[in-house]
Design a protein around this ligand. Structure first.
Ligand SMILES: NC(=O)c1ccc[n+]([C@@H]2O[C@H](COP(=O)([O-])OP(=O)(O)OC[C@H]3O[C@@H](n4cnc5c(N)ncnc54)[C@H](OP(=O)(O)O)[C@@H]3O)[C@@H](O)[C@H]2O)c1
Length: 260
């Protein structure tokens, strides 16, 4: 299968660790010029060095808590360097907890990071994609788009909103050669899942390892995903081979999601 990604430009957000870093690496291996985005400049420099074909890659230091600042940095980058064929919207997940205890600022923060930022970045990158007749917007969301996960009240709420935002956008830009898709990771072996496992173990009064085994048992695959396995799905959706796939939610969850 021809992915035809060589020479394309990708903006990969939340890419100093976990799913974002694996995605940046996998795209770079396919010959994509990657621009990393995250808050921690030291870690960005480190990941930049680790990417294949280092001279073609770059980074932007920005915080998804400040959408206008993030967006203006991306606009400046595009003016000074180049536009993007691929946008991977990704950032840290919202704080866990039952929805009954969720505060309004927690909802607002999640809306800011996951809707405002995705939206502004999409508006910023689409004009170049339109001129190229090729665009891929891929949002790293969660299986909670399809089925709420207990103990992740704010996240469940905001993920469903991202799902509907993306589906709506996919409909509007489909004729321009631009696809918009959501990748829904199941439990994936990153720092984020380690934090969630720790919190769940504390809540249930059991050890980290016991909780980890319980969480793994929820998926027919009986294990957590490797971040690279999520990245592989992103690379495929970013490729020319996936040109006729748009507006979908793709669970990469070892079969954990029960609905079709
Ligand atoms: N891991 C899982 O099991 C799992 C399952 C379902 C969904 N997800 C979702 O998938 C996404 C990525 O998960 P992950 O496990 O890879 O997370 P992670 O290991 O916590 O990595 C998050 C990445 O985003 C960056 N980031 C965090 N907050 C940011 C902010 N305010 N502004 C800019 N960058 C920020 C971090 O870098 P800096 O700290 O340098 O900014 C880091 O590179 C999250 O939304 C998560 O909820 C994960």
């Amino acid at each position: 299968m021809e992915l035809n990604l060589k020479g394309k430009n990708a903006l990969v957000c939340g890419s100093t660790q976990g799913i974002g870093k694996s995605t940046a690496t996998a795209l770079a291996l396919e010959g994509v010029n990657v621009t990393l985005v995250a808050r921690n400049e030291e870690k960005l420099k480190q990941v930049l060095q680790e990417l294949p074909n280092t001279n073609k890659h770059s980074y932007i230091v920005a915080d998804f808590s400040f959408p206008d600042d993030l967006n203006s940095k991306v606009i400046s980058f595009i003016k000074e360097q180049h536009g993007f064929h691929i946008l991977v919207n990704n950032t840290g997940g919202p704080k866990g907890g039952n929805i009954l205890e969720a505060t309004i600022p927690e909802f607002e923060q999640a809306f800011t990071q996951h809707i405002k930022c995705n939206h502004l970045l999409a508006q910023t990158v689409i004009p170049f994609m339109k001129t190229e007749g090729f665009g891929r917007i891929i949002n790293i969301v969660s299986t909670s788009v399809k089925e709420p996960i207990p103990g992740l009240g704010v996240s469940n709420t905001i993920r469903a909103a991202v799902g509907n935002w993306a589906k709506t956008l996919a409909t509007e830009v489909g004729a321009l050669g631009i696809t918009v898709n959501n990748v829904l990771p199941g439990f994936t072996d990153t720092e984020r899942i380690a934090e969630i496992t720790k919190a769940n173990a504390k809540k249930e009064g059991i050890s980290f390892d016991e909780m980890s085994q319980i969480m793994k048992s929820h998926a027919p695959a009986k294990r957590f995903a490797k971040p690279e396995e999520i990245a592989n799905a992103v690379v495929f959706l970013a490729s020319e081979a996936a040109a006729y796939i748009t507006g979908i939610n793709l669970p990469v969850d070892g079969g954990r999601t029960k609905s079709l």
